[in-house]
Design a protein around this ligand. Structure first.
Ligand code: KIV
Ligand code: ZN
Length: 508
């Protein structure tokens, strides 16, 4: 039997540290549910002492998500660890993940502590955490740039103090695969009690090597990989979970190991993270990019038609890709939709299903054929719904090469109808000016993109944008067969998100 690699997902913690990728409580909870479907071993739900919001998100997930370990991050400090445990204590199997830097650069310039002090604090912190739970992880921040003898000393001491997992992060994404593999081997060969703990790695992607480094570490004996979906994370991101998992699975001939990830949930999970975090996946991204299974060259297409494995090393269905399936139409009922939603990898509450069904029916009135991608687009749009202070009632636009683009907008603002009109450089500019006038917003548009989930001129237009207001950056999504309407909805979704987050902040 092959050995198991534990998948520690940190999309909700390190992933969320990606600029502009912040998620609210409902979104984090929804993502945690998806991680359970994926069957990850550990969900790192957040950093409880960082903010009241973070604390509540970790608590909500620990209290309600079952069948998976839930971790909370804490610096090596009594206050941090107590706060983390406060958030985690009702969980089925909670982990305190505490960390302290061990590199000379960090110890001298950031911590201003000596090696002796770091060692002492690491041990004291792990002992404190171990009073709450035996599930304690210790991370030596910036480990790959640390003196490895010192890391060995620290790991030996924290294992003795009660750490069940020791993590060796490549915090700055500095390591090379051969070097990282040797480092892991060195730890295994030189820490006398290493067999009492799981050795973990946590790689960042600054040199584009996070996945390669994680695989090298696995080959040398690491048994936990910390990673995020789509490789989301600080700077260039973290190890992409889908890439490690599919590499391990596809090349099992080379590695006698396995993960317990249900790979058919990879693609839906990737879409969900991309939607919630407002981070589109690059088309040529391995495993989950739009082109990852697209064959452009004639010779390749011919080969795949004759025998799929000529040019495909993985089966798209193994990651849950069901592209291009014609599924439902005007006469399909709620049960058929529910079944199809499950097949494409989502699980919705009854209330969400009712909303998705109603939107599905509206679309089926306009179009004969509804594809998986249409259903998925509607699910995404419904999942990221937030309370609407600003609601679009109607939008009329005049534009074209002969006309000055003009938009007439009717909104419901806190239940009261208001109308306005504006001209602009283009129809979207005109629409946004009219909305800005009606809502009184002074927000700035930072990013705007339009895409479609399916091909064809009758596809649903999907607008993703990012706006900034008073220093807070939020995403907005809009979905509609009419792209100007989709753009208007996305703008309003962003503005509603601002209002929602402001209300949440005011409560604290
Ligand atoms: O990159 C890093 O070092 C971390 C630690 C907190 C594990 O994220
Ligand atoms: Zn990290």
């Amino acid at each position: 039997m092959s050995e198991k690699i534990y998948i520690f997902d940190t999309t909700l913690r390190d992933g969320e540290q990606s600029p502009g990728a912040s998620m609210n409580m409902q979104e984090k909870f929804r993502l945690a549910q998806q991680l359970v479907l994926l069957n990850v071993d550990i969900i790192e739900a957040g950093f409880p002492i960082a903010s009241v919001g973070d604390f509540e998100c970790v608590k909500n997930i620990a209290d309600n998500i079952k069948g998976v370990q839930v971790a909370g991050l804490a610096r090596c400090s009594i206050k941090d660890i107590d706060r983390a445990w406060e958030a985690l204590k009702n969980g089925e199997n909670s982990r305190i993940h505490t960390f302290l830097a061990t590199s000379d650069i960090h110890m001298q310039h950031k911590l201003r502590m000596s090696r002796e002090q770091v060692l002492e604090l690491a041990v004291a912190s792990v002992k404190h955490a171990a009073k709450y739970t035996s599930n304690v992880e210790f991370s030596a921040e910036d480990a790959t740039r640390s003196d490895i003898e010192f890391v060995c000393q620290v790991f030996e001491a924290v294992i003795e103090a009660g750490a069940a997992t020791v993590n060796f992060p490549d915090t700055t994404g500095y390591a090379l695969p051969s070097e990282h593999g040797e480092q892991i081997r060195y730890l295994i060969d030189n820490i006398p009690n290493i067999d009492k703990a799981i050795l973990s790695v946590h790689c960042h992607n600054d040199l584009g090597l996070a996945v390669a480094n994680s695989l090298a570490a696995i080959n040398s004996g690491a048994r936990q990989v910390e990673c995020t979906i789509n490789g989301l994370g600080e700077r260039a991101g973290n190890t992409a979970m889908e890439e490690v998992v599919m590499a391990v699975r596809t090349r099992s001939d080379q590695m006698n190991i396995h993960t317990d990830i249900v790979t058919e949930h990879i693609y839906p999970s990737s879409r969900l993270v991309s939607t919630i975090a407002g981070m589109p996946v690059q088309p040529n991204k391995a495993i989950v990019g739009a082109n990852a299974f697209a064959h452009e060259a004639g010779i390749h297409q011919d080969g795949v038609l004759k025998e799929r494995t000529t040019y495909e090393i993985m089966n798209p269905s193994d990651i849950g890709l069901t592209k291009g399936n014609l599924v439902l139409g005007k006469h399909s009922g709620r049960h058929a939709l529910k079944d199809r939603i499950e097949v494409i990898g989502y699980s919705l509450s009854d209330e969400e299903l009712a909303r998705v069904f109603s939107r599905f029916k509206d679309l089926a009135d306009l179009r004969k054929e509804i594809f998986d991608e249409d259903i998925e687009a509607i699910i995404m749009d419904e999942i990221i719904r937030i309370p609407e202070v600003y609601e679009l009632v109607s939008l009329g636009v005049m534009s074209g090469s002969m006309k000055m683009p003009t938009a007439a907008v009717r909104l419901k603002i806190d239940g009261v109808q208001k109308e306005g009109a504006a001209i602009g450089v283009g129809p979207i500019d005109a629409t946004y000016r009219a909305i800005a006038e009606l809502t009184g917003t002074s927000s700035k548009l930072l990013f705007f993109s339009v895409s479609s989930f399916t091909g064809g001129t009758d596809a649903l237009g999907d607008v993703l944008l990012r706006i900034e207001d008073n220093g807070r950056v939020v995403i907005g999504h809009g979905l509609d067969p009419d792209i100007i309407t989709a753009a208007g909805k996305a703008y309003l979704n962003g503005l509603n998100r601002h209002v929602y987050l402001q209300k949440e902040a005011d409560k604290k």
